[in-house]
Design a protein around this ligand. Sequence first.
Ligand code: SF4
Ligand code: FES
Length: 391
Amino acid sequence: MIAPSSSPPPPLALLAEVTHRCPMRCVYCSNPLELVAASGELEEADWLRVLSEAAELGILQVHFSGGEPLARQDLPRLIAHAAREGLYTNLITSGIGLDAALGCRLADAGLEHVQLSVQDTEATGVDRIGGFQGALAHKRRAADAIAAAGLAMTLNAVIHRGNAERIDAFVSLALALGARRLEVAHVQYYGWGLINRAWLMPTIDQLRAVSARVEAARAQHKGALVIDYVIPDYYARLPKSCMGGWGRRFMVVDPAGRALPCHAATTIPDLHFTNVRDASIAETWEHAPAFNAFRGTAWMAEPCRSCDRRELDWGGCRCQALALTGDAAATDPACHKSPHHRAMVELATREASAPPAAAAGDVTYRGSRRRRPRPPAAATSRKAEETCSGF
Ligand code: SF4
Ligand code: FES
């Protein structure tokens, strides 16, 4: 854990996780397994101060996320304050509860962009992934409200084994709903997604088919729809630059006020996180041990230390390294140079080929008490957990 010698440049963006409350219970939610209760959330005054401090530090964007940020009644006031401070404002939402009146209030407050998540293009698929009946109809209403309010919209499509065949349908839905951008992102295996991995993991053939459909759709709809694409790490040869590098581009503030280098950082047991109630955003960004723990390249061991990609991907993802190797300072196993890479690919292949019925019996909804206390290791076989009946 080595501190850098000079002050780091300010982060690009603040991810304001204003609440963990959410009407949906997605089986791949990246929120931590220990969700913050409403009684533990930061007060409005704290968030207003955090937004001012963020702007003062030089942060340019704020992404309001959760949970479902609309669960907070003060969200329009937080957005208005952020806009007054000169921050670009983005709302990441399930769309549940976003009607025309609220859409107008958010636009009037200064909101500039909305990311609307869609779990599937078929109503039954959305209900099953999100544990919420009738969710797709709510999302269609939300999209109408966003369009009526004149807000720019990105549709976030999360891809897994159960919907990987519907890329064309996601593209059609995005166009029909008036989205300018579609993000096709395979599930990232953190939080609830990690414990439900065996149920969600696509096969390698599905991944190839999705990649081909994305390429075809990009060519077909060039100029009308921008399509971003994120593949699953487990089948990658090189890791992603998670969060653009630890302590380089982003700061997350969770509902309880903990300032985090990434949304999953609380899974790393040796890190201590400052709270925005006790320390300013600038102080935390520059001096907090958690932000300096994996900042830059000085903390790296081989093979990253001497690799010519070390300032491109910054060693990949620390939380994934911990989850799959037990060591947060290890090379991300998504990298082909990691000694754990082969085990990761084998794990994905094994889990993706499990019989659907057996895998479905292993699913755990977000917020369920019936869950695994610790994430599974790549090298070990995955034991069946207690399950949600009716899945
Ligand atoms: Fe990235 Fe490390 Fe792999 Fe090099 S060895 S590609 S720096 S993860
Ligand atoms: Fe924490 Fe990637 S999610 S570093």
